[in-house]
Design a protein around this ligand. Structure first.
Ligand SMILES: Cc1cc2nc3c(=O)[nH]c(=O)nc-3n(C[C@H](O)[C@H](O)[C@H](O)COP(=O)(O)OP(=O)(O)OC[C@H]3O[C@@H](n4cnc5c(N)ncnc54)[C@H](O)[C@@H]3O)c2cc1C
Ligand SMILES: NC(=O)c1ccc[n+]([C@@H]2O[C@H](COP(=O)([O-])OP(=O)(O)OC[C@H]3O[C@@H](n4cnc5c(N)ncnc54)[C@H](OP(=O)(O)O)[C@@H]3O)[C@@H](O)[C@H]2O)c1
Ligand code: SF4
Ligand code: SF4
Length: 510
C-alpha cells in the first residue's frame, strides 16, 4: 500500500530528499517542478517506508489506506500524474554555484563552494517563506552570519498573516522556520522597517549583501466605478483581519449582509469564501483572531458568490483547494449555469483537467432577485464563471454588483464585495521598481544595477506560488549571491555587525 500526498502540500520538496526510492515527483531538477499544483507519489514505486510523512513540514502525506473519505481522491490524483508522458523528466542545466540539478530524481539544493570561502554578513529583509528559505540555504551551506529584519512585531509574513486559520497543518511550516531564528549565526530584528527606521544605504553599509524578501504588501485594483464604496473591501484586508494583523482594525469587516460577492477565483478567494460560510465553531480553537470569530458568530452571511471572468477550465484556484470546498460540512456548492459554455467545459474535461473537479457539483440557472434565505436554509457558495464585474452599485453603502452575463448585464444584490484579484508589490526605497508587474527588476535574483542587492519571493517573481515555491526561488537568488561573492563583485561593507545591531535597537526605540 503506497503513500499519497494530499491537500496541504506546499511544494517545498522536503520529502524528495528523504525518499529512498526516488518516487516523489516532480523533483526540483525536473521540468514540471514549480508548475504543478503539488508533488505526487508514484504508487507503483513507493515502498511504504513513511520517511516522507515524517519529513513533511505541513502533514500532507498519508498512507493511502488511511486517507479519510474527503481525502480519497488524492490516491487517484497522485497516480494520475505518473500516467503522463515521459518528457517531463528532462533535467535543467547546472548553474554557477546554484542548485545542482540531477536527471529524473535525485534531491537538489546541494552547493559546491571553494574550500577557502569566507564568512559573509548577509541581511535579509522580510521573514516570510522567501526570506526564511534564503536564510536556511545560507546557514546550511555557508558560514554566513544572517541579520533577519521584519517591519512587523511578529515574524512569518503570510504564513502568520495570510494562511487561513483553518489550515493549521500549513501554518505548521512556521515551526521549521523557527529553527532559523534560533540559529547561533542569526540575529533577528522585528518591528524594524527598512525605508522608515533604517535606510537601504545604512543596511548595505553594514553587510556584504542584502536580500529583499518583502513580499507583495498591497492589493491589485479593479478600476471599476464604486470600487471604494463602503462595503467593498480587498481580500488583503479581509485576510489580515481574520488573522489578527496588527495594522487592521478589529471592526474593519461588517458581516451584516446576507450575500457577499467575492471577485476572483484564486485560492485567496476560496480561503475567504470558506471562512465566510464555515460553521464558526469549527474555527474556534484555531489561530483565528478573537474579533473575527466574534463577528463570524453573529454573521448574517448565507451565500458567497465567487465571480470569475473566465470559464471553469481557466479557474485560478488549485484542485486540492476546490476539493476541500466540495467537502465543507453544512455548505452547498453550486454552479450558476447562466452561460452555455459552462456545462460542456465541465462535462468534457479530461480526468486531469481542472474543470473535472466540478463534476457532480449541481448546476442551476439562478434568479438573482431571490434573496439567499429564500433560496434555501443552508449556507452556500455559488461559482459564477464567464462574468466580469462592471460596477459596485450603491450610494453610501454597497447594494449590488453589476456584472456581465451570457444574456446581458445582471445586478447581483450584495451588501459586501471582496476583491480577491491578487496582491501587488510596492516600491522599495533605494531599489528600482517595475510598475507593470509590481516587482523589482533582477537577473537571477541580483537587483538590476545594484551590486550586492538581491530579491527573492513575491517581490521578485510577482504574487503567485505557494510557500514551497519560494524554496527554489531562494536557491536561485542565494546561488547568484554566492557566485558574486566568489567572483569578488560584492561591495565591501564599511561598518561591522555590532554597530548595526546597536543602530537597529536605537532606531526601533526612537
Ligand atoms: C491569503 C493567502 C493565503 C495563502 N495560503 C497559502 C497556503 O495555504 N499554502 C501555500 O502553500 N501558500 C499560501 N499562500 C502563498 C504564500 O503565503 C506565499 O507564497 C509566500 O508567503 C510569499 O512569501 P514572501 O516571503 O515573498 O512574502 P511574505 O510572506 O509576504 O513576507 C514578506 C515579509 O516582509 C516584511 N516586510 C515588507 N516590507 C518590509 C520592509 N520595508 N522592512 C522590513 N520588513 C518588511 C513583511 O512584514 C513580511 O513579513 C497564501 C498567500 C496568501 C496571500
Ligand atoms: N491554499 C493554498 O495553497 C493557497 C491559499 C491562498 C493563496 N495561495 C497562492 O497564493 C497565490 C496568490 O493567490 P490569489 O488568489 O491572490 O491570486 P491568483 O491565483 O492570481 O488569482 C487572482 C484571481 O483574480 C482574478 N482577476 C484578476 N484581475 C481581475 C479583474 N480585473 N477582474 C476580475 N477578476 C480578476 C483572476 O482571474 P484570471 O484568472 O481571469 O486572471 C483570478 O481569478 C497563488 O499562487 C495561490 O495559489 C495558495
Ligand atoms: S509539503 Fe513538501 S514535504 Fe510535504 S508533501 Fe509537499 S513537497 Fe513533500
Ligand atoms: S513512503 Fe517512503 S518510498 Fe513511499 S514515497 Fe514516502 S519516502 Fe518514498
Amino acid at each position: 500500500m503506497a503513500f499519497a500526498i494530499t491537500q496541504t502540500c506546499c511544494n517545498d520538496a522536503t520529502c524528495v530528499s528523504v525518499c529512498p526510492v526516488n518516487c516523489i515527483h516532480p523533483t526540483p531538477g525536473e521540468r514540471d517542478f514549480g508548475s504543478t499544483e503539488m508533488l505526487y507519489i508514484d504508487p507503483k514505486a513507493c515502498i511504504d517506508c513513511g520517511a516522507c510523512a515524517d519529513a513533511c513540514p505541513v502533514d500532507a502525506v498519508f498512507p493511502v489506506d488511511r486517507l479519510t473519505e474527503d481525502q480519497r481522491e488524492y490516491a487517484e490524483i497522485n497516480a494520475a500524474y505518473f500516467e503522463q508522458d515521459e518528457t517531463r523528466a528532462v533535467p535543467d542545466a547546472d548553474t554557477d554555484l546554484g542548485p545542482v540539478f540531477h536527471a529524473w530524481g535525485r534531491p537538489v539544493f546541494d552547493r559546491v563552494l571553494p574550500p577557502d570561502f569566507g564568512p559573509l554578513r548577509v541581511a535579509i529583509v522580510g521573514t516570510g517563506p522567501a526570506g526564511m528559505y534564503a536564510a536556511k540555504d545560507l546557514l546550511l551551506h555557508t558560514p554566513a552570519e544572517v541579520t533577519l529584519i521584519d517591519r512587523l512585531p511578529v515574524a512569518g509574513g503570510l504564513v502568520r498573516f495570510g494562511v487561513a486559520p483553518d489550515h493549521p497543518a500549513t501554518r505548521k511550516v512556521s515551526e521549521t522556520f523557527a529553527h532559523v531564528h534560533a540559529h547561533p549565526r542569526v540575529r533577528t530584528h522585528l518591528g524594524l522597517e527598512v525605508g522608515t527606521h533604517i535606510t537601504a544605504e545604512e543596511l548595505a553599509a553594514h553587510h556584504d549583501a542584502v536580500i529583499y524578501a518583502v513580499g507583495a504588501a498591497t492589493d491589485r485594483r479593479l478600476g471599476i466605478p464604486g470600487e471604494d464604496r463602503p462595503g467593498s473591501i480587498s481580500a488583503t484586508t479581509f485576510v489580515a483581519w481574520y488573522n489578527g494583523h496588527p495594522e487592521v482594525a478589529p471592526d474593519a469587516v461588517d458581516l451584516s449582509a446576507e450575500r457577499v460577492v467575492v471577485v476572483g477565483n484564486g485560492n485567496v478567494a476560496l480561503d475567504a469564501a470558506r471562512i465566510l460560510v464555515s460553521d464558526p465553531e469549527t474555527l474556534a480553537g484555531t489561530e483565528i483572531a478573537a474579533h473575527a470569530l466574534r463577528e463570524l458568530r453573529r454573521s448574517k452571511v448565507r451565500e458567497v458568490v465567487l465571480l470569475a471572468r473566465r470559464g471553469p477550465e481557466h479557474a485560478a484556484y488549485t484542485r486540492p483547494e476546490l476539493l476541500a470546498l466540495k467537502h465543507l460540512s453544512g455548505v452547498d456548492l453550486l454552479i450558476d449555469d447562466h452561460d452555455p459554455r459552462i456545462g460542456p467545459a465541465v462535462d468534457t474535461a479530461g480526468p486531469r483537467d481542472k474543470a473535472a473537479v466540478l463534476r457532480g457539483v449541481p448546476r442551476e440557472s439562478l434568479d438573482w432577485s431571490v434573496s439567499p434565505d429564500a433560496a434555501g436554509g443552508r449556507r452556500r457558495i455559488v461559482l459564477r464563471f464567464h462574468s466580469a464585474p462592471l460596477e459596485v452599485c450603491g450610494d453610501d453603502a454597497t447594494r449590488a454588483v453589476r456584472v456581465t452575463g451570457a444574456s446581458g448585464e445582471v445586478e447581483i444584490p450584495a451588501g459586501t464585495v471582496l476583491r480577491a484579484i491578487g496582491y501587488r508589490g510596492v516600491p522599495q526605497a533605494g531599489l528600482p521598481f517595475d510598475e507593470a508587474g509590481g516587482t523589482v527588476p533582477h537577473e537571477r535574483g541580483r537587483v538590476t544595477g545594484r551590486p550586492g542587492t538581491y530579491v527573492v519571493g513575491w517581490i521578485k517573481r510577482g504574487p503567485s506560488g505557494g510557500i514551497g515555491a519560494n524554496r527554489a526561488c531562494a536557491a536561485e537568488t542565494v546561488g547568484t549571491l554566492l557566485a558574486d561573492a566568489v567572483a569578488g563583485t560584492l561591495p565591501a561593507p564599511s561598518a561591522g555587525a555590532k554597530a548595526f545591531h546597536r543602530l537597529a535597537r536605537r532606531r526601533r526605540r526612537g
